[in-house]
Design a binder for this molecule. Structure first.
Ligand code: ZN
Length: 168
């Protein structure tokens, strides 16, 4: 397994919508997912989308419990939100592609996520809490959307100014 370089904003790859994964159960998809999980853990993240490592395909990985001691890696291929709560709440979000900046993004409280696993099987899961937020954040990446795009013009200008300062 490799640690892949993570693309940082404003790299145009982060603003490009991704194409569906043609063969979820293919060996190369499994290898990519394993490298992405390894990269995510190495970068101390809880989610990572393929475009963040320069692959414009609809795949993300997440593990929202590993920092509390239990690794529960999830690979979501060709994910789709098929239902969501009517209400949203803003919460702080970081992004491995926007290091050093946390912004408040409104998200649905729960979502029903349909996705294909590495076994090629389609499944649906109802996600709540941090898992719901994480899935919405990662799915945004597959549509070429970053947290900054979810902000009001004023909040965005302030966040971009912070990023310019915090940027390594
Ligand atoms: Zn992100």
């Amino acid at each position: 397994m490799q640690v892949l370089p993570i693309v940082t904003w404003p790299d145009p790859w982060l603003s490009t919508p991704c194409s569906p994964v043609a063969a979820p159960e293919a060996e190369q998809t499994g290898r990519l997912a394993a490298d992405m999980l390894n990269t995510m853990y190495h970068a101390q993240g809880r989610g990572l989308a393929a475009p963040q490592v320069g692959v414009l395909q609809r795949l993300f990985v997440m593990d929202v419990t590993w920092k509390e001691g239990t690794r529960r890696p999830c690979v979501c291929i060709n994910p789709e939100i098929i239902a969501r709560s009517a209400t949203t709440a803003p919460g702080p979000e970081g992004c491995l592609s926007i290091p050093g900046v946390t912004v408040d993004v409104p998200r649905a409280d729960w979502v029903e996520l349909a996705f294909t696993g590495l076994d090629g099987q389609r499944r649906t899961e109802r996600l709540t809490g941090f898992a719901a937020i994480c899935a919405q954040h990662e799915l945004d990446h597959l549509d070429g959307i970053v947290t900054f795009d979810r902000l009001s013009p004023e909040a965005r200008a302030a966040a971009e100014a912070n990023y310019t300062v915090a940027r390594p």
